[in-house]
Design a protein around this ligand. Sequence first.
Ligand code: BTN
Length: 329
Amino acid sequence: MTPIQEQLLETLSDGELHSGTTLGDSLGVSRAAIWKQIQALQSIGVEIYSENRHGYRLSAPVTFLDEQEIRSRLSVEATQCLPHIDMVWSCDSTNSELMRNLHDGASSGAVLLAEHQVAGRGRRGKEWVSPFGGSLYLSLLWKFSGGPMVLSGLGIVVGIAMATVLNRSWLSGVQLKWPNDLYFQNQKLGGILIDLEGESEGPTSAVIGIGLNVNVSQAAGGRIKQPWTSLSEQLDSVPSRNELAAALLNEVVEVLNRFESEGLESLTPEWDQLDMVRDHHVLLELEGKRVAGVARGIDQLGALLVESGGAVSRYFSGDVSLRIQQNKR
Ligand code: BTN
């Protein structure tokens, strides 16, 4: 994003109508130049409306992400563990960007947030629809001494942290669908993507990517290929993304420290409370195979337990897709 586009967005963030001439005058460019920049912003998904020659406005006011605002709300533990919190207007994917930062020497606890992702990534190679200013796109780098196998429950613990924060402070009834999808009333509210890098015996660097639908408009949500919801659809008063980011970081840091010292086992009772598939008939798809059975919770490594034909098998998240067979319980 160019500096002029950033200034334009700052001005438009109040959600009010601004004429092309006023914008041009305040930014020192022509009306035509403003129009060109507006088009460029619209092409990356920023919802700017032009009103019959009167000017431009955003679909709704936006409070931008702000590092200081987030920092001011962090717990002592999170402040100690998160040395760098960076915010960018736009990037391909906060996970990809943080992975590049890791290769350039970023330290454990580095956090990156974006207002917009050009190529947001979901699990299993799917796109994560990332409209401008509509949601939280947050990645956290965490370095573990153990190898990837020990970290198979990592997504589970981060999911527990996210659901706990939302249930406690804003929206009760958020559940988790194994391995780490956040749902509210059977509609997807958020998700987690973890990229790992390291040796088989450790150490391992994990980039933990968190996506939470906060203010996703119907227009932007039209591109999401499954039932979805957003906090703005469920709450009369939506917390700011800075408040949400800080609360999530506080909880995530706490559970990560617990996970490292005590393992997943200490968190399984919390998972059991939040698990939306337990005792439901499910259909798993893995490596071209389909398995039908009844979900029976998770084991100590975070593998899904599925009872089928009288036996219980374990499945690791990797490339497994899980569907609940509605009407069967
Ligand atoms: C999923 O449910 O499929 C996982 C979604 C994860 C999305 C987040 S948004 C921040 C981070 N950057 C990405 O490209 N993906 C994750």
